[in-house]
Every structure is written in structure tokens, then in C-alpha cells.
Design a binder for this molecule. Structure first.
Ligand code: ATP
Length: 234
């Protein structure tokens, strides 16, 4: 479904991704793990076309994504749930959700999708008139996920959805990602919560200093000595 092929990405003169190559097959959950600064966010920002690779290609089914504008990426069914949620804090919960359905078919179907999102997140329905900035951290993360669902994505990319949440909520978020996947959405997940992410994914890649250094199934990587030492503290 998605093929990232040898991308080099720079901020100004500084190169931060070096020939990053990986793929995501339809219906999979693929996880990208790595330490702070490894280049995980940069990778998914590049897929979303917020950044442009200097070399390499990004292919989605039969379409080249790497020079399309970001709104076209969404129209093709890819959505990015960003790190830190990036909500419109002075807009209501419902207005934030509607902002997720600005284009194409998603716009035409927005009220049906809103009902679907409210079925998954009953708290968001209860708080639909409340300002997004007044929600708790967990609720804000759910709103960010709900806003992503409003674009009716085929591929959902989550950037550290568990960041800053209490352990009990981390599990709620992981269960939610799993549920969204079971409903037919392919998932690319970036996480520092390595153990839980590897336990729930189909396949994973390890990114270090802007390069993919390991890949395998979640089980294979959990058993890998380097992963155990560097990320699992075993
Ligand atoms: P984190 O979990 O901390 O977000 P990450 O793996 O997502 O880590 P990136 O945010 O992709 O890492 O950062 C990769 C490298 O690029 C880091 O060295 C970071 O300092 C640098 N970087 C990120 N954003 C910018 C920017 N806007 N300008 C310059 N350098 C940047």
C-alpha cells in the first residue's frame, strides 16, 4: 500500500533521514520505533508532504506522493494524527472534528462520519460544545484521533499518540488504534512506548540516527538482543 523508498530528508543543510526504506501493506499495523531525535516524526511528516525528500520516492498504491501538496495526501486517504495533538484549542470539540473533513468525499459524508466518531468516543459527544483546550490530555488525544477519522482514511499515521498520558490511558489509546485497524484502516504508528507497540503490531522498523537499522515482526524484534538492550531495558 505504502512504499517509502530511499528517502533523504534535510532541514536546511542538515540531513536527518538517510535512505529510509520501508513498506506498509494493506490492513497491517506497522510500527516505527526509535529514540528521541531518531527521525520518526520527520518520516511521517515527509509522507504527509509537510516535508519534501531530496532523494527517494514515496509510493502509495500506484501513485507517487512525494511531490503532492498535503491536502492531496488527505484526499487520497492518508491522515496524520500529529505529535502533541495540534488541536484548535479555542474551538469546540465538534468544530475540531469538522475540521478533519474539509475535502472531497469526507466533506460530503461528514455528518454520518461524525455520528460514527461519536459512537466510538461517547465522551466527545457529551463534550461536543466544550472548547478543545479545556479537555483532559486523554480526551484531547481522542479528539485528535477522532478528527483524523473524520477524513475517512484508508491509512492512518499516528505520531506518539501515548505521549504524556498516564499508563492506564496509554493502554486505552493502544486498544483504540487496534480497534481502528480491525475496522479496516491500515496503521503506521510511531512510538517510544516500544514494548507495547511491538506487542500489538504486525511488523516494525527500528530507526536510529535517521537510518532504518532493523526490521521484523513485533515478536522477532522483541526477541532481538539489540532491541532488548537499547529499548526494552532487559
Ligand atoms: P521525537 O520523539 O523527539 O520527536 P523523532 O524520532 O520524531 O523524535 P524528529 O523529530 O524526526 O525525531 O527529529 C529528527 C532530527 O531532526 C533531530 O535531530 C531533530 O533535532 C531534527 N529536527 C526536527 N525538526 C527540525 C526542524 N524543524 N529544524 C531543524 N532540525 C529539526
Amino acid at each position: 500500500m505504502l512504499k517509502v523508498n530511499g528517502i533523504d530528508v534535510f532541514y536546511g543543510d542538515i540531513q536527518v533521514l538517510w535512505g529510509v526504506t520501508f513498506d506498509v501493506k494493506e490492513k497491517e499495523i506497522v510500527v516505527l520505533v526509535g529514540a528521541n531525535g531518531a527521525g520518526k516524526s520527520t518520516t511521517i511528516k515527509t509522507i504527509s508532504s509537510l516535508l519534501t525528500p531530496k532523494r527517494g520516492t514515496i509510493q502509495y498504491n500506484h501513485l507517487r506522493l512525494d511531490h503532492l501538496p498535503p491536502h492531496k495526501i488527505i484526499e487520497h486517504g492518508i491522515v496524520h494524527v500529529p505529535e502533541g495533538r495540534r488541536l484548535f484549542s479555542e474551538m469546540s470539540v465538534e468544530e475540531n472534528l469538522i475540521m478533519g473533513s474539509l475535502y472531497g468525499k469526507a466533506k460530503a459524508n461528514r455528518f454520518e462520519t461524525l455520528e460514527y466518531v461519536y459512537r466510538i468516543f461517547s465522551t466527545l459527544k457529551e463534550r461536543r460544545r466544550q472548547m478543545a483546550g479545556s479537555l483532559s490530555g486523554g480526551e484531547q488525544q481522542m479528539l485528535a484521533v477522532g478528527r483524523g477519522l473524520m477524513s475517512q482514511p484508508k491509512l492512518m499515521m499516528f505520531d506518539e499518540p501515548s505521549l504524556g498520558l498516564a499508563p492506564v490511558l496509554v493502554q486505552v489509546i493502544f486498544n483504540l488504534v487496534k480497534r481502528i485497524n480491525e475496522e479496516g484502516v491500515t496503521v503506521l504508528l510511531v512510538e517510544q512506548n516500544v514494548m507495547q507497540a511491538l506487542a500489538m503490531c504486525d511488523r516494525a522498523y527500528v530507526l536510529e540516527n535517521g537510518m532504518i537499522v532493523l526490521k521484523g515482526t513485533g515478536q522477532e524484534l522483541m526477541a532481538d538482543d539489540h532491541v532488548k538492550g537499547a529499548y526494552l531495558g532487559i
